[in-house]
Design a protein around this ligand. Structure first.
Ligand SMILES: *Cc1c(COP(=O)(O)O)cnc(C)c1O
Length: 465
């Protein structure tokens, strides 16, 4: 099998007492000294760890298989690999990425019910066995191309209340399941379980209960037909920040009793999930710079009635990342992004109705239709929190605008914690009795840290897992 490949995980340590937000300030101060005010991200890998600890606490029976499509940054995938999660891959490239970091194929589920034949063959030749299906044609392809597939039947859910619906495209109806299972039997295939996805950005926790109950029905059908059904995959849909109405722990509090009812712990069913957004959304902060501005004066008649000075104008701000870049989430993920100001406004500072636009020449490239902001200047910065999910993963360089740089940071205690989980959580390879080690070399950064404590940044160069 592939030996684990040493890989660069390049991040800076947060010195004690410093947060990712301090790094945002520091980067802003550094680049404000120059004309180079490109948009950038700060990603706190410690936040990914925090999410993992929250997951383990809230859903102790459920092993997370991170959905790589949500954010395929190597640093994130590697952090999660160290934490021992599995991975939901939907394509050859995602499988390649995860395997290049030394992840065992048993920790991968190929969770795309409609796969290209050549990619099924790729999975087969790379030891990836678990894969989802929801149609007869897919079964026939798998029967032809994969000798050891462990198939997971994806069922449709009622995702009408989710922000992004998925069951319009994927998932077999309960009615269709028996026929599919019979067909799998005829083809000599191995079906091991059931998966579903309640839709991304789930707003109704009961959807999970209903889907878990449906999965139970399909388990029973499968067992009747002689399959050894031992995998339940409850998909994704979990919120990525605490800004949402429905909190992660509230969903967990609904899922756990449903699991205990339909799949009690002693029944020997392994339960996994495919969280994407949950792990990455809040780790990323995007910082953009105002590159242009327009002041639109209102009609004189309108301004007569208003208080002078405040609402006689509308401001248009143009910033250096937009919907063809990170803010593709506005279209693809139905996101509503609102900035916070880098410079604290004065208490009595006037606010104006504003719109915020991306840098491309397309009129569609609008980030915020309406919000209230002070009178800002070209060169000022806007900060967008919770920008890790479905942002960088689908951004383009349309019109020649480059993707923002991403600065990865992690606190020392967080890093030690990841290391600890890594060394205790990953089993040693069978033929090698020495424990897997995490090698880490620290180098004092030669970089100038002008604005803050000079000891703030250190570079981690090479880490082998
Ligand atoms: C997109 C996707 C996920 C991740 O969904 P989140 O809502 O981001 O958790 C999980 N599983 C499958 C099959 C997906 O397509």
């Amino acid at each position: 099998m592939n030996p684990a490949t040493p890989t660069d995980l390049d991040f800076s340590f947060l010195e004690e007492g410093f947060s990712a937000r301090d790094i945002v300030d520091q980067k802003i101060n550094e680049s404000s000294l120059t004309d180079d005010r490109d948009a950038f991200y700060v990603c706190d890998l410690g936040d990914v760890l925090k999410k993992h600890l929250r997951w383990v606490r809230a859903l102790p029976r459920v092993t997370p298989f991170y959905a790589v499509k949500c954010n395929d940054s190597q640093a994130v995938v590697m952090t999660l690999a160290s934490l021992g999660t599995g991975f939901d891959c939907a394509s050859k490239m995602e499988i390649q990425l995860v395997q290049s970091l030394g992840v065992d194929p048993s920790r991968i589920i190929y969770a795309n019910p409609c796969k290209q034949v050549s990619q099924i063959k790729y999975a087969s030749s790379h030891g990836v066995q678990m894969m989802t299906f929801d149609s007869e044609v897919e079964l026939m392809k798998v029967a032809r191309c994969h000798d050891n597939a462990k198939l997971v039947l994806r069922i449709a859910t009622d995702d009408s209340k989710a922000v992004c619906r998925l069951s319009v495209k994927f998932g077999a109806t309960l009615k269709a399941c028996r026929g599919l299972l019979e067909r799998a039997k005829e083809l000599g295939l191995d079906v091991i379980g059931v998966s579903f996805h309640v839709g991304s950005g789930c707003t109704d926790a009961e959807t999970y209960t209903k889907a878990i109950a449906d999965a139970r029905c399909v388990f029973d059908m499968g067992e009747e037909l002689g399959f050894e059904m031992d995998l339940l995959d409850i998909g994704g849909g979990f919120p990525g920040s605490d800004d949402t109405e429905l909190k992660f722990e509230e969903i967990a509090a609904v899922i756990n009793p449903a699991l205990d009812k339909y799949f009690p712990a002693d029944a020997g069913v392994r339960i996994i999930a495919e969280p994407g957004r949950f792990y990455v959304a809040s780790a990323y902060t995007l910082v953009v710079n105002i590159i242009a501005k327009k002041v639109i004066m209102d009609d004189e008649s309108a301004s007569d009635e208003e208080d002078e000075g405040t609402s006689d104008r509308t401001l248009m701000y143009y910033v250096n990342d937009g919907v063809y870049g990170s803010f593709n989430c506005i279209f693809y993920d139905h996101a509503h992004c609102l900035p916070t100001l880098h410079k604290k406004p004065k208490p009595d500072e006037a606010l104006y109705p504003c719109s915020i636009w991306g840098p491309t020449c397309d009129g569609l490239d609008r980030i915020v239709e309406q919000c209230s902001l002070p009178d800002l200047q070209v060169g000022d910065w806007l900060v967008f929190d919770n920008m890790g999910a479905y942002t960088v993963a689908a951004s383009s360089t349309f019109n020649g605008f480059q993707r923002p740089d991403i600065h990865y940071v992690m606190s020392r205690p967080a890093w030690l914690h990841v290391q600890q989980i890594c060394s205790q959580g990953l089993p040693a390879p069978a033929e090698d009795s020495s424990p897997r080690s995490v090698l880490i070399r620290l180098h004092e950064s030669t970089q100038h840290v002008r604005s803050r404590n000079t000891a703030c940044l250190q570079k981690v160069l090479k880490i082998n897992i």
